[in-house]
Design a protein around this ligand. Structure first.
Ligand SMILES: NC(=[NH2+])NCCC[C@H](N)C(=O)O
Length: 408
């Protein structure tokens, strides 16, 4: 089955995608914890679900198979082995102590796969416990989480990335998101659908988040380096994709360490084989270092000497690596202020369903007009509630399978 999954570009016809429908984990957000949990507001959950269902429907209408993370998790948790892994991972946190940790690990084993999946995604508050009482439960504030909720599961883009037929389990930088990859790792390791799919990277490696990884063309990756992906993270990923023969060039692209530009896909996304929608306020300053293999001395990823080129303008370095004349830039908005507003609202964060067909938030009127003028069909979706977590159609989707691009 392994060869049935995978993706070698951002724009090949999308066949299968992994989404997460907003669920009870969003009910955990309060004005006191939303910053820490990386949300800019408190979403209206039923409306967020409606918007998300419409997003999924728009994908299905174009022939895309939609997989839901929680469905896969529940199916995965039917295996004893997987349950055991999931429970020991979530109860091994040092903040629990032996009394509570021991209680939770027993109590979780008694749950059905469905209930266990809810606990793993929505978390548990101290005042919801019905056992395991002791020093830890007495001293922790009642509204503290003993198992953290994962509201950012919505952004399936970040916790795994398919690169050709391999899936990279990422290593998330923000404490609020770290546990997400325990779940994606488990699904890819244990769910029968993915049996035999080779994995790379992993949560125990240097930080890399999927929102930073763009498959510019077969064999060419651009990786943002900023708040979420570290310099060491991109080096590790480059070593691994080179060793597995998944790419010949990795472009390391420094981006500002700010909330507005947390991932590379907040400033640019591909909408055609040679077109990229880009935030004009950074377009001129965006640079890239092309990383290639200088020498291989053995079979492992540490047996590589990497060649790191000096910084070049991003569009120039990208076109060179992609072996095309020009990577055409489509600007977000018409003027710097509109651009800034629409970039913040994920105008750059489009999801291509095929070359020249992209899903975008309807609110980014000027960017969408510019996309249409450039010959891109825009499938507009509502995102008033979904956007409060600062993510657009690309962040909310992990392409599992895209048709390979036709060879030229
Ligand atoms: N690929 C993306 N741009 N993802 C957006 C993730 C947003 C999420 N609230 C976070 O801060 O992590």
């Amino acid at each position: 089955m392994a060869s049935a999954h995978g993706s070698d570009s951002e724009v090949g016809i999308l066949q299968t995608v992994l989404l997460h429908r907003p669920g009870p984990e969003l009910k955990r957000l309060t004005p006191r914890n939303n910053d820490k949990l990386l949300f800019d507001g408190i979403p209206w959950i039923s409306r967020a679900q409606e918007e998300h269902d419409a997003f999924a429907e728009a994908l299905r209408a174009r022939g895309v198979e939609v997989l839901y993370l929680v469905d896969l998790l529940v199916e995965t948790l039917r295996s004893e082995d997987a349950r055991h892994h999931a429970i020991s991972a979530v109860t091994s946190g040092l903040h629990l102590g032996d009394t509570l940790g021991g209680y939770l690990s027993e109590a979780l084993h008694d749950q059905s796969p469905e209930d266990l999946a809810t606990i793993l995604t929505a978390g548990v508050r101290n005042d919801e416990l019905s056992g395991g009482f002791g020093l830890v439960t007495s001293l922790l504030p009642q509204d503290d989480f003993v198992i953290d909720p994962l509201p950012n599961l919505l952004f399936t883009r970040d916790s795994s990335v398919w690169i050709r037929d391999h899936v990279a389990i990422t290593s998330l930088a923000m404490p609020a998101r770290r546990r997400e990859t325990q779940l994606t790792e488990l699904i890819y390791a244990e769910h029968p659908r993915f049996a035999g799919s080779p994995t790379i990277h992993g949560w125990h490696h240097e930080n890399v988040e999927g929102g930073d990884v763009l498959l510019l063309a077969p064999g060419v990756l651009a990786v943002g380096v900023g708040e979420r992906t570290t310099p060491a993270g991109v080096e590790r990923l480059a070593r691994q994709v080179f060793t597995a023969g998944l790419a010949h060039t990795v472009l390391a692209v420094p981006i500002a360490q700010e909330r507005a530009t947390m991932h590379l896909d907040t400033v640019c996304t591909m909408v055609d084989v040679d077109k990229i929608v880009m935030y004009p306020n950074v377009a001129d300053s965006l640079q890239a270092h092309a990383v290639t293999i200088a020498e291989r001395t053995g079979p492992g990823d540490t047996d590589l000497r990497l060649d790191v080129a000096g910084a070049e303008p991003f569009l120039v370095a990208a076109a060179k690596a992609m072996r095309i004349d020009t990577l055409h830039q489509i600007d977000t908005g018409l003027d710097p202020v509109t651009a800034e507003r629409e970039q913040w609202d994920d105008g750059n964060n489009t999801l291509a369903l095929a070359p020249r067909v992209a899903v975008a938030y309807e609110r980014n009127i000027e960017t969408n007009t510019r996309l249409e003028e450039a010959g891109i069909e825009v499938i507009a979706i509502a995102g008033s509630e979904l956007g409060s977590g600062r993510g657009g159609p690309r962040c909310m989707s992990c392409p599992v399978t895209r048709a390979p691009l036709p060879a030229d």
